[in-house]
Write a protein that binds this ligand. Structure first.
Ligand SMILES: Cc1cc2nc3c(=O)[nH]c(=O)nc-3n(C[C@H](O)[C@H](O)[C@H](O)COP(=O)(O)O)c2cc1C
Length: 270
């Protein structure tokens, strides 16, 4: 039997297939059973001294979802319009297959919105930014983003308990590490439930917008809002969104693993 066919490797196959969903979800609500299962897998994660510093808010109220969607879309428009997004993140974008294949990290810009496709190389320049503004791209991307979030049946807020989470101290690192492990468990589990998950991250980039979301969720002083995700069941047909920020490319072993010391890159048969 090949390794891939052995049932005990289903978990590993699932982890290798884990991915970010950038497209829309089916409108059906996520069953309470699945929501609670996701919370159970989250809390199965390791944490320092079993402190379990994570807290979660499950959000299904349609008004709250619409409001978070509005904030998210507005934030996207603001970030793109001001050029902040491309300035902050241009180093992660790859402009050719060759560049992507050499580095094997970042995101290949191969799916820009139609009007911009002929200008792929200029999109991160000042001239490209002016052109994008003229074509109304920031608003289009903001509206795409708002619609994706608004059409999600479930949002999930991840928070940390500030009695554990002290940024800049080891406990801060441990808490973030534990929350990351909990989120990764959720991320892996959604795949097995026919669901998808994506960060709702644009509001985090604009402090007043992040505060507004904190206000909507009535986050108390002893908790820190760390992240918001949108979740739902996946449609049968996987249509790619206007801009697909995710990538399946991964580095070769010798690009991120070494043996015995940092000096000797690990090799693997290809
Ligand atoms: C800390 C962190 C922040 C991320 N932020 C976003 C985000 O803002 N929007 C998004 O669509 N994906 C986001 N992602 C997902 C990555 O883009 C994605 O994991 C990467 O492109 C690889 O694609 P994959 O998850 O489908 O394998 C984030 C992932 C991490 C770990």
């Amino acid at each position: 039997m090949t390794i891939a066919a052995r049932p005990e490797t289903l978990l590993i196959q699932g982890m290798l297939a884990r991915r970010t969903t950038n497209g829309s979800f089916r409108p059906d609500p996520v069953s309470r059973e699945h929501q609670h299962l996701l919370m159970r897998v989250a809390q199965a994660a390791p944490s320092h001294f079993n402190s379990q510093p994570w807290r979660f808010v499950l959000i299904e109220n349609s008004q709250t979802i619409q409001e978070i969607a509005r904030i998210s879309g507005e934030s996207m428009t603001e970030l793109i319009e001001a050029g902040v997004f491309f300035e902050r993140y241009r180093r992660y974008f790859r402009f050719s297959e060759a560049e992507m294949n050499a580095r094997r990290d970042g995101i290949h810009i191969d799916h820009l919105p139609g009007p911009l496709r002929p200008f792929t190389r200029q999109v991160f320049s000042d001239a490209g930014l002016r052109l994008m503004r003229q074509l109304g791209v920031p608003r289009k991307l903001g509206e795409d983003n708002r619609r994706l979030v608004a059409g999600s049946p479930l949002l999930l807020a991840a928070l940390l308990d500030k009695t554990e989470y002290h940024p800049g101290e080891l406990s801060g690192f441990y808490s973030v590490f534990g929350l990351g492990a909990a989120i990764e468990n959720i991320w892996n589990a959604v795949g097995a439930l026919g669901m998808g998950i994506q960060f709702v991250s644009t509001p985090m980039e604009i402090p007043r917008q992040w505060q507004a979301i904190g206000g909507l969720l009535r986050v108390p002083d002893h908790l820190e809002l760390m992240a918001v995700y949108r979740l739902g069941y996946l449609p049968d047909e996987d249509r790619r969104p206007a801009i697909d920020w995710s990538s399946r490319h991964r580095k070769h072993l010798e690009q991120f693993v070494s043996r015995e010391t940092c000096d000797l890159p690990e090799t693997e048969p290809r």
